[in-house]
Structure formats: structure tokens, C-alpha cells
Write a protein that binds this ligand. Structure first.
Ligand code: PMP
Length: 312
């Protein structure tokens, strides 16, 4: 059994010892920003491949800037800390690394100024989040995505996930796998933890960045592959709900969800009702890249080799 480790209050310690006080500001008011980074386990090489760390750190800083949270550590320090936490935890399976910068003062009072900031990192085993092999059924949520004028969706704040959680639970209790939220003017924004791509007549469409979405790293990766490797056209613009119903293929992207095909939206079959050819090709390529199996994309991966276990 592995012992997961965490970086907490400037030290790498066992995760079980990393505890915050009940008055911690971020716990009470959702004043934290975070990232989810995948560590993908490759059995053949006994190595964990961390995907696109610089991109995740860049987004973490962007979220922190919006929320006036200071991050004391440099990117080099954060990368090294992430690698240390992963190496010491020795989790020999797919995992999820969570850096979280937050208002750590133990005081009451709603604000983001005149408070202390801290940053923690933990790692946890994390297998498939959605059934990306079989595909999923989704529902348009009755909950609208948070607006940029309320809490910016482009900031990955802890507080924003109440919006996501309400939508996800509504969808699941209604018998669906995931929710798709609309923004206030009725355009598609995103899933509870995923971006959305719609394919019509061989072109890929994704919601405009101004339609209240998190600027997804998986999305950017997959669209890049579609353009460069498959020669497909990619369009970023507002998307209507009914465009999902008449699409040839729809899929979700996310660090947790990878590339997950959507087979039904609001009880309407998408395309043929089977996983479409473009989605299938992108999902396969993405999986091979993130697990360190494609040499030309190794620069997107940070390898953390684990010692070969000694057989008793
Ligand atoms: N939207 C939301 C709301 C998310 O939580 C996530 C997961 N981080 C995404 C989109 C996908 O972003 P990424 O591909 O960077 O994980």
C-alpha cells in the first residue's frame, strides 16, 4: 500500500497529517483557486507522466491573480514540489494532483484583501471519471453557468464548484451521466468539469472563451491535434443548445474526463448514436500522448519514474 504525501504549510508530509482549522477563510467562503493535474501511470516504464505542468501552473496563477491570492513559490519550485509529492506517494496507478492556493487566515469576514495566503499540493489515486470508453448521456442543466460578472468561470475557484455540483447532481439524479450548462444568454458553456466540442460536417466547434468557460488544457491539446494532425477546421463561437441535437459528434474534454464521447443529449441521439470516427481518433491519440507513449509529444509530459518494487 502506498502512503500519499502532501505539501502543506511549506513541508512535504503524509497527507493524513495535512489538516486545516475549521475557521480557515477558504473553507468558509470558497476563497481558493486550484488545478487538477493528471499523473498517468505507465506500467511498462514504471513511470508516472504528469501532463502539461507549465500550462496548469500558468492557469493557477491566472486564477490567483483574478482572486487576489499570492503564490509565494516559483514555477520551478512548484514543479519540483509536485514531483516530490508524486514520487514519495508511489501511487502505481492513474492519479490526480491538486495544487490549491487559498486564503488561509482563520478569521471571519467576507473579502479577499488583508488575509494570509497559502498553497498546498496533494495527490490521490484517480481512475476514469466518466465512461470515456462507452460514451455518456448528458442533460442540459436547469442551472446556468456562473457569469463573468458574478464569479468568473475562467478562474478555477473552489467556490465555483457549487455551481458545477448542483448541475452534476441534478443530471445524475435525473438518470444522466453529466450536465451541460448554458450561460445566461442561453448558449452552451460547459459541463460540470469539462469543456465541450461539437462536430458538424467535419468541422469542430467549441464555445467562445467569453461564453463562461474554463480555458481547458485538454481542449487546447485536442484542438491542436485536430488542426495539425488531422487537418480539421476548428471554430470558436457561441453555440446554441439545438446544435448539439443535430451534431454528427459531440464530446467532452477534461483532465479528469479525458476525451469522453457524448452519445445522447436530452434524450436525443447524437449522430449515429455510436462513438464517431473523429472523436475516436482524438481520444486514442490523446490517451497515448498523456501516458508517455508518443515520443514526439514527450515535451508535454514530465516523467516521474518509480523504483521497481522488490518482490517479497
Ligand atoms: N471546465 C471546468 C468547469 C472544469 O472543472 C474543467 C476541469 N479542470 C474543465 C472545464 C476542463 O479543463 P482541463 O482540460 O484543463 O482539465
Amino acid at each position: 500500500m502506498s502512503t500519499p504525501y502532501a505539501y502543506f504549510k511549506k513541508q512535504v508530509i503524509p497527507l493524513s497529517e495535512a489538516k486545516i482549522g475549521v475557521m480557515t477563510h477558504a473553507f468558509n467562503y470558497g476563497t481558493g483557486v486550484f488545478e487538477g493535474i493528471r499523473g498517468n501511470w505507465n506500467e511498462e516504464t514504471q513511470t508516472i507522466y504528469l501532463f502539461k505542468i507549465p500550462e496548469h501552473l500558468k492557469r493557477l496563477r491566472m486564477s490567483a491573480h483574478i482572486c487576489r491570492i499570492e503564490i509565494a513559490e516559483t514555477d520551478e519550485e512548484l514543479t519540483s514540489l509536485i514531483m516530490q509529492v508524486v514520487a514519495r506517494s508511489e501511487i502505481r496507478e492513474d492519479q490526480y494532483i491538486r495544487p490549491l492556493a487559498y486564503k488561509s487566515s482563520e478569521v471571519l469576514g467576507v473579502r479577499v484583501h488583508n488575509l494570509e495566503d497559502d498553497l498546498l499540493i496533494f495527490v490521490a489515486p484517480f481512475g476514469p471519471y466518466l465512461d470515456s470508453d462507452a460514451g455518456i448521456h448528458v442533460q442540459t442543466s436547469s442551472w446556468r453557468r456562473v457569469e463573468d460578472v458574478s464569479i468568473p468561470a475562467r478562474a478555477k475557484t473552489t467556490g465555483n464548484y457549487m455551481n458545477s455540483a448542483l448541475a452534476k447532481t441534478e443530471a445524475m439524479l435525473n438518470g444522466f451521466d453529466e450536465a451541460i450548462m448554458l450561460n445566461n444568454d442561453g448558449h452552451i458553456s460547459e459541463g460540470s468539469g469539462e469543456n465541450i466540442v461539437v462536430i458538424r460536417d467535419g468541422k469542430l466547434y467549441t464555445p467562445a472563451e467569453s461564453d463562461n468557460v474554463l480555458e481547458g488544457i485538454t481542449l487546447e491539446t485536442v484542438l491542436d491535434l485536430a488542426k495539425r494532425e488531422m487537418g480539421l477546421e476548428v471554430v470558436s463561437r457561441s453555440i446554441d443548445r439545438s446544435e448539439l441535437y443535430v451534431a454528427d459528434e459531440v464530446f467532452m474534454t477534461g483532465t479528469a474526463a479525458h476525451v469522453t464521447p457524448i452519445l445522447e443529449v436530452d434524450r436525443r441521439v447524437v449522430g449515429t448514436g455510436e462513438i464517431g470516427p473523429i472523436t475516436k481518433q482524438l481520444a486514442q491519440r490523446y490517451f497515448n500522448i498523456i501516458s508517455g507513449r508518443v515520443p514526439e509529444y514527450m515535451h508535454w509530459c514530465t516523467p516521474v519514474p518509480l523504483a521497481v518494487p522488490v518482490k517479497a
